[in-house]
Design a binder for this molecule. Structure first.
Ligand code: ADP
Ligand code: MG
Length: 486
């Protein structure tokens, strides 16, 4: 089918998307045990008897997980019910030694929230705390009698997760991406999750269905797992939309199932039929008491809420940044935090932002480093910007110096003094250079005096070349005019 035909077909359908996002909470220890959540330790070393699911052991809830759950709920505009409880979700898998996962079923810690993306509100149904499972490491065919085999590493088992479930409110892959991005940015600013999709500290299952436009009921959804980048999320959704439309157009039925995204082939593949909740035989975990969250507790956490992305954007716009620039800045948390320090040190917010967006961004990209990994400090950068605004150095000289600061560090003032880069604002010195340039270009002077005004820029260029960009622009303009016209 041609792209045009496919597009026409797509016009007939509406896409419905709901996302389930697992965010790994950045606590030091696990949700029901004291072993470390640190990533990458030797296999099966961060495993207490609780994590191993030994008989007779008891889970103890980590309060910090609850604090983070409440903080996240508040940041996502959720209600924090007074009571929540923990349930057992039963299933068998080798990475789950207990035979059940402790999760929250009908009384989660957060309900009824939302995230706003570009003017559209996406509902958040709920967010619940649960424990992660271990990891299976699949080995090639070299086991018993040449069979392939798998090893299990339980270091990750018991790591706290917050599963954030959206309403089926998204209508395109762009909206799904925008939602994911805003969610990730929020989680990062409140410090509960590092939001790294590639490393799996934030994982997303995308539920997708299509329905003919105008139809009231939702179509049957497929749940797509294994999307570990924003690009993969969008590609998987786009693929799935076409796949489902083809099925419906052929008069067949989409089956409710879990599908895996294969990033290399660019397709989704059936993994298993989708279980219904009753298959898991959820029941309240008798080892854990229902949890009462007092309003004082909620208020105390609310009082520590850091500035969230929407307010941050507004603040940057109030500094005179465009909404585009404010957006880009907010999305890069490390740069934004650095930027806040510069502004607090009195640097001009717009000039500082220009440097961050252009020269510094280009340098970081080229060298593949983060701002913290460079030698640039908030103090030296603020000093540099202040040298520009006070007129001591030109913007162009500032651009050169910032690269030196990134590479070698040091103080902007010292570099200016050592390399003689300060602006020439002394009339006599400038006049001298102007006469030199005028003498060297008699024919251009003649042409200018005969009315070719455009040549003014040529003279400015020559003088800037002569002074290595250090001439005070306003003074140069005035003196050059006098010299040419006099
Ligand atoms: P489960 O827990 O079995 O995965 P839920 O009812 O909790 O099912 O829904 C999971 C996600 O699927 C939610 O984000 C929800 O918005 C989304 N969803 C539900 N129905 C549809 C549908 N028909 N099309 C697309 N997404 C859907
Ligand atoms: Mg699900």
């Amino acid at each position: 089918m041609s792209t045009a035909e496919m597009e026409e077909l797509r016009e007939k359908y509406e896409v419905v998307i709901g996302l389930e996002v697992h965010a790994q909470l950045k606590t030091k220890s696990k949700i029901f045990a004291c072993d470390s959540t640190e990533f990458g330790g030797e296999q099966n070393t961060h495993v207490s008897p609780v994590t191993l699911g030994m008989p007779g052991v008891l889970p103890v809830l980590n309060k910090e997980c609850v604090n983070m759950g409440i903080l996240t709920g508040l940041a996502l505009n959720c209600t924090i019910p007074q009571y929540c409880k923990f349930d057992r979700k039963q299933y068998f898998y080798p990475d789950l030694p207990k035979g059940y996962q402790i999760s929250q079923y009908d009384q989660p810690i957060c309900v009824n929230g939302h995230i706003d993306i570009e003017g559209k509100r996406i509902g958040i149904t709920r967010a619940h705390l649960e424990e992660d499972a271990g990891k299976l490491v699949h080995m090639g065919a070299s086991g018993i009698a040449g069979s392939s085999y798998s090893l299990v590493d339980l270091n990750r088992a018991g790591t706290p997760l917050l599963e954030i479930v959206s309403e089926p409110d998204m209508r395109s892959s762009d909206e799904a991406r925008a939602y994911m991005e805003e969610l990730r940015t929020t989680l990062r600013y409140i410090g509960v999750c590092d939001g790294n999709l590639e490393e799996g500290s934030m994982r997303c299952d995308a539920n997708i269905s299509v329905r003919p436009k105008g139809q009231k009921e939702f179509g049957t959804r497929a749940e797509i797992k294994n999307v570990n980048s924003f690009r993969a999320l969008q590609r998987a959704i786009e693929y799935e939309i076409d796949r489902q439309i083809d099925i419906v157009e052929a008069g067949e039925k989409v089956i409710q199932e879990t599908r895996l995204w294969d990033d290399n082939q660019g397709i989704t593949k059936s993994m298993r039929g989708k279980e219904d909740a009753h298959d898991y035989r959820y029941f309240p975990d008798p080892d854990l008491m229902p949890l009462e969250i007092s309003r004082e507790w909620v208020n105390e956490i609310a009082s520590k809420m850091p500035e969230l992305p929407p307010q941050r954007r507004q603040r940057y716009i109030s500094y005179g940044l465009t909404s585009y620039d404010a957006n880009v800045l907010v999305e890069q948390q490390d740069i934004a935090l650095f930027y806040d320090k510069i502004v607090a040190l009195g640097a001009d917010a717009k000039i500082a932002n220009n440097f961050l967006m252009k020269e510094i961004a280009a340098y970081l990209k080229e060298e593949k480093v983060t701002i913290e990994e460079t030698k640039l400090t908030a103090d030296s950068f603020a000093e540099l910007i202040n040298l520009i605004t006070s007129g001591s150095i030109s913007n162009n000289i500032g651009k050169q110096i910032v690269i030196t600061l990134l590479k070698e560090g040091g103080s902007a003032k010292a570099i200016v003094e050592k390399q003689g880069l300060s602006v020439i604002s002394d009339e006599n010195s400038l006049k001298e250079i102007i006469s030199k340039v005028i003498e060297a270009n008699p024919s251009q002077v003649q042409a200018y005096r005969n009315g070719k005004d455009k040549l003014f820029g040529f003279f400015v260029g020559q003088i800037m070349k002569e002074t290595k960009g250090r001439a005070n622009p306003q003074l140069l303009n005035k003196l050059l005019k006098e010299a040419l016209e006099g």
